[in-house]
Design a protein around this ligand. Structure first.
Ligand code: NAP
Length: 483
């Protein structure tokens, strides 16, 4: 199967933080891939920026190296690579000073789509937005893209929203949660709203519970300062896991438009109950074979920050009352895996008493690795000699189903092109972020007030015992990480 590529209109994309880690590893490779498949027209310009006063030709040389390192397969097409770097320009700009702004103003064109990507630390979002407005660079239809983290609590998120809204209108602001750009996450919406099979079953009458797991094998090295001040709740749950929960739980929007989708997501967040302490398991990884623990990595021997969290979340509305959502995420776990597990209720009656109790169907939506969908189904065990039952998986790997030519697209490819197209559906709206923080804040304040200590867990495990107990006491089990 060949994916259909619709070229975008000519644009000027100003990439602030172009020498940084995210720009080099994700954004520039994503733009190159979209150029290579013909989505970015040759008249597009990508104006890269950081504080250094490098000349454009030098920056292009660096970009060639970067793309060979982070998009090696695509970069083997030397012609496309050389063409692409010709789209790149460079200007040295100081986000908090006056340097470079006049030059930048002279570089952007008046008659093409204009987007500003702020791939810089969040304290620079406000100063950059203000200068873009004050210098007349922000037009009424220009777009501004901001990265995560969007605040560390409700108060700071509100302040950030105010800073941005003083210079740009909400329809111009693109708050990235890169999980929303993942193919399977969008497929979750297609699965739910483009098939008639699921919707009648998608409620607490038929679904026993939902599990959402985002497990990582890496620790916090390289991000230790940020992470030790954030923890798993702020870093992962408030944004990525809440977004996955919203897409799983939301009502069908009336249409696939930015505000219709986001209105429904906000309603889910507003329906989340506060989570009591007994429904939360926090953990911190203990020392590994090399003797390094979370606290060693954080450089903070008394850190109480969680590198793991599991929680039972209730969505208080008509559809989901009685169906808990169990969320789990952590560092240094046994496998790298993100998935949504929808566990249907057990059949109410069996006509096969000798086969033992029947188990409910399980739908697994895998986000990574190997994006795909699996449905656990009960069938007859093949062969003569009575009717025995067995469970099999109906398995669809997107890579297999869609053909080897379908290269797995990085989330940033989709998201950057959506910015240029002016489609905000897969970006978080300001009120949505604030609602998620309002819910997260009370949970964090509660454990901080109790001086809660995270339980230790072994690196390479599935997290602390307490997380297993969270499910066991409800007569349920987590799906094994890495299965
Ligand atoms: P980084 O590696 O520290 O890069 C920061 C960039 O900002 C550099 O290009 C730096 O260039 C530029 N910069 C710093 N101070 C500046 C100033 N005063 N004026 C203009 N430019 C300035 O950071 P990063 O890891 O790429 O992260 C960028 C953003 O993405 C952050 O908001 C981060 O939270 C978010 N994010 C990153 C990742 C990731 O995997 N890296 C993942 C998710 C979200 P000079 O120092 O040369 O000026």
């Amino acid at each position: 199967m060949v994916s259909r590529v619709i070229p975008v209109d000519p644009f000027d994309l100003v990439l602030f933080g172009a020498t940084g880690d995210l720009a080099r590893r994700k954004i520039l490779p994503a733009l190159f891939h979209r150029y290579q498949v013909g989505q970015i027209p040759p008249s597009a310009r990508i104006i890269c920026s950081a504080r250094g006063d490098t000349v454009a030709s030098e920056f292009r040389k660096q970009a060639l190296k970067t793309l060979k390192e982070f998009a090696p397969e695509a970069a083997s097409d030397e012609t496309a690579l050389l063409e692409f770097v010709e789209l790149l320009d460079y200007v040295g700009v100081d986000a908090t000073g006056d340097t470079g702004w006049s030059k930048l103003a002279g570089m952007v064109r008046p008659d093409v789509t204009r987007a500003f990507y702020l791939s810089v630390a969040p304290p620079l979002f406000g100063p950059l937005a203000k200068r873009l407005k004050d210098r007349g660079l922000a037009l009424s239809d220009s777009r501004i893209v901001v990265e995560k983290p969007f605040g560390r609590d409700l108060e700071s998120a509100r302040a950030l929203n105010e800073e941005l809204r003083a210079c740009f209108q909400e329809h111009q602001i693109y708050r990235i949660d890169h999980y929303l750009g993942k193919e399977t996450v969008q497929n979750l919406m297609a699965l739910r709203f483009a098939n008639s099979l699921w919707e009648p079953l998608w409620n607490s009458t038929h679904i026993d519970h939902v599990q959402i797991t985002v497990a990582e094998t890496v620790g916090i090295k390289g991000r230790e300062d940020y992470y030790d001040h954030a923890g798993a709740m702020r870093d992962m749950v408030q944004n990525h896991l809440v977004q996955l929960l919203c897409l799983t739980a939301m009502e069908p929007p009336s249409r696939f438009s930015p505000n219709a989708v986001r209105d429904e997501k906000v309603k889910v967040i507003e329906a989340l109950d506060p989570v009591p302490p007994e429904d939360i398991a926090r953990g911190q990884y203990r020392e590994d074979a090399g003797g390094d623990s979370y606290r060693d990595h954080a450089g903070n021997p008394t850190s109480q920050t969680e590198s793991f969290i599991a929680m039972k979340v209730r969505v208080s509305n008509w559809r989901w009352a009685g169906t808990p959502f169990y969320l789990r995420t952590g560092k240094r776990l046994r496998a790298r895996e993100s998935e949504i597990v929808v566990a249907f209720r057990d059949p109410p009656h069996t006509i096969f008493p000798s086969a033992g109790p029947l188990r409910g169907n399980v739908l697994v939506i895998r986000l990574q690795p190997d994006e795909g969908i699996t449905l656990r189904t009960t069938i007859k065990d093949p062969g003569p000699g009575g009717l025995r039952l067995t469970e099999v998986s109906l398995d669809m790997s997107f890579a297999e189903a869609l053909g080897a030519d379908m290269r797995a697209q990085d989330a940033y490819e989709r998201l950057v092109m959506d910015v240029i197209r002016g489609d905000q559906t897969l970006f978080m709206r300001g009120d949505e972020v604030e609602a998620a923080w309002a819910w997260a804040d009370q949970i964090i304040e509660n454990w901080e007030g109790r001086r809660d200590t995270p339980a230790l867990y072994d690196p390479g495990s599935s997290g602390p015992e307490e997380a297993l107990m969270l499910m066991h006491r409800d007569g349920r089990r987590w799906r094994q990480i890495g299965d």
